[in-house]
Structures are given as structure tokens and as C-alpha cells.
Design a protein around this ligand. Structure first.
Ligand SMILES: Cc1cc2nc3c(=O)[nH]c(=O)nc-3n(C[C@H](O)[C@H](O)[C@H](O)COP(=O)(O)O)c2cc1C
Length: 180
């Protein structure tokens, strides 16, 4: 059994990526794994200021929600990042969080598998490429971990639109079931 941490990063209500993540979570549970979901809605996550104090102390000098989220990431077996595509990239809030996970770089982190679920208005399969590359760059810095799998659900734009996308909801469920 794995402990899976899902981090959803869309800040809007009736978010499409949140809806798909919920279905993915059902798949994760169906496979017999433990899952915890953290939404960045309402969280305070300041920019990394680059002081690198964390590389000596494994702690960030800033006191906000990124501190306890980093502890959750550190202790999970697998982490799923869920993001809308913004200008062919991951959301800014997801990138800010990745930077704030820098205290983990020199720590004895437990996670081994990273996953990503993306959604976008357009359906071209190239739409999430830069976001996936961005996360791959982060994963490459954590040598004990790998980017295990990604899912892109395109052609979804209006709030709540994902709730009627049966094919994408099923893909999200199957994606969740395959998470280890
Ligand atoms: C600032 C911003 C930038 C966006 N950039 C893109 C884009 O580059 N390509 C695209 O297909 N959709 C883009 N979109 C549309 C969102 O990806 C789409 O609405 C998605 O369903 C939002 O997911 P959410 O409801 O989980 O936030 C953008 C939306 C916003 C707000």
C-alpha cells in the first residue's frame, strides 16, 4: 500500500482539474492505496527568496502554508500534481510551490514516484508538454524519484465543464487506479 498525496493547484471554483482529480482519487482508493488531497485554494504560499538557508537547516525561513505542505510531500510515497495549463505551462502557483519545496532537496525525502494531471481549453496533445518538462526538471533534482506517469485532459474550459466529460473522467479514474 502506498501513501499518495494529491496537490491540486487551480484556485477557481468548480475547477475542471479539481473535478478530474476527485475521480482520480476514487481510482487511487479502488487500487487499495491511501490518499490525501491538499488544495492550494486559500493557502498562503510566498515566493522562494533564494536565500538557500534551507540547504543547511532543511527548513524554510518563511512561515506560511508551504512549510507544512513540504512536510507532507516529504513523507508521501507518491505525489500527484494537478494543474490547469496556463500559457502552455503549469500554473504559477504550482511553480511557486515547487520552488518552496527546496528544503527537501537536501533532506531524506521518502517520495519515489511523481505524477501529473493537467487540463486545458485546447485538445492538442502538445498543449501540456512544457508543463510536463517543467515538472521533469524538478524531479530530475530528486534522484531517488521519477516522473512515473502523466495524464492530459484537453478540450475543457468553462468552470464545471469536466463534470460532463465522461471519457476524461474515466481516464482520470484509470490513471488513479494505476498510481502506485
Ligand atoms: C491565465 C490562463 C492561461 C491559460 N492558458 C491556456 C493555454 O495556454 N492553453 C489552453 O489550452 N488553455 C489555457 N487556459 C485555459 C485553462 O487551462 C482551462 O480553462 C482549464 O480548464 C482550467 O482548469 P481549472 O478549471 O482546473 O482551473 C488558460 C487559462 C488561464 C486562466
Amino acid at each position: 500500500m502506498s501513501n499518495v498525496l494529491v496537490i491540486t493547484t487551480s484556485l477557481r471554483g468548480r475547477s475542471n482539474s479539481d473535478i478530474l482529480a476527485q475521480r482520480m482519487v476514487e481510482g487511487i482508493k479502488e487500487a487499495g492505496n491511501e490518499v490525501e488531497v491538499i488544495s492550494l485554494k486559500g493557502k498562503e504560499i510566498r515566493f522562494c527568496i533564494g536565500c538557500l538557508a534551507c540547504q543547511k537547516t532543511q527548513k524554510c525561513i518563511q512561515k506560511d502554508d508551504a512549510v507544512w505542505i513540504a512536510e507532507k510531500v516529504k513523507e508521501a510515497d507518491s505525489v500527484v500534481f494537478v494543474t490547469p495549463i496556463y500559457y502552455y505551462e503549469m500554473s504559477g502557483q504550482m511553480k511557486t510551490l515547487l520552488d518552496r519545496l527546496n528544503p527537501l532537496y537536501s533532506s531524506d525525502y521518502k517520495f519515489r514516484r511523481i505524477y501529473m494531471l493537467t487540463t486545458a481549453a485546447e485538445d492538442e496533445e502538445t498543449a501540456p508538454e512544457k508543463a510536463v518538462n517543467g515538472l521533469q526538471g524538478w524531479v530530475d533534482c530528486f534522484e531517488k524519484a521519477e516522473l512515473a506517469n502523466t495524464l492530459f485532459c484537453g478540450g475543457i474550459n468553462d468552470p464545471n465543464e469536466a463534470s460532463v466529460k465522461s471519457q476524461e473522467l474515466n481516464e482520470a479514474y484509470e490513471f488513479g487506479k494505476a498510481i502506485q
